[in-house]
Ligand binder design. Structure first.
Ligand SMILES: [Zn+2]
Length: 98
């Protein structure tokens, strides 16, 4: 009985983490696309130097990696879950995630 509740908590926690991860991926992609747009359409957005764009891109990527390394972890054993957003079983502890 206790084990069943833990199992549900793991799946619920994973759903939350996966939702946050998808939002973070979408936000990072949109920001990168937007930055490319700013760079390519200086007629619309005014001139922003390539260095400024690159610096902001680096910050976006660093923030994304930082967020992922904190968020994208197994709810049961806290191991980083890797590249697969649709992972359903933790490789380390074997917990079912969804
Ligand atoms: Zn695990």
């Amino acid at each position: 009985m206790t084990q069943k509740r833990d199992h549900n908590q793991i799946m619920q926690d994973f759903r939350l983490r996966r939702g946050r991860q998808l939002v973070a991926i979408a936000a990072a992609l949109l920001l990168i696309i937007f930055l490319a747009l700013i760079h390519n359409r200086s007629d619309l957005f005014g001139h922003v130097s390539k260095n400024t764009i690159s610096a902001i891109e680096l910050v976006v990527i660093a923030a994304f990696i930082g967020f992922s390394s904190a968020n994208w972890r197994c709810p049961s054993c806290s191991r980083y879950l890797g590249q697969d957003i649709n992972r359903s079983i933790c490789k380390k502890c074997g917990a079912r995630l969804r």
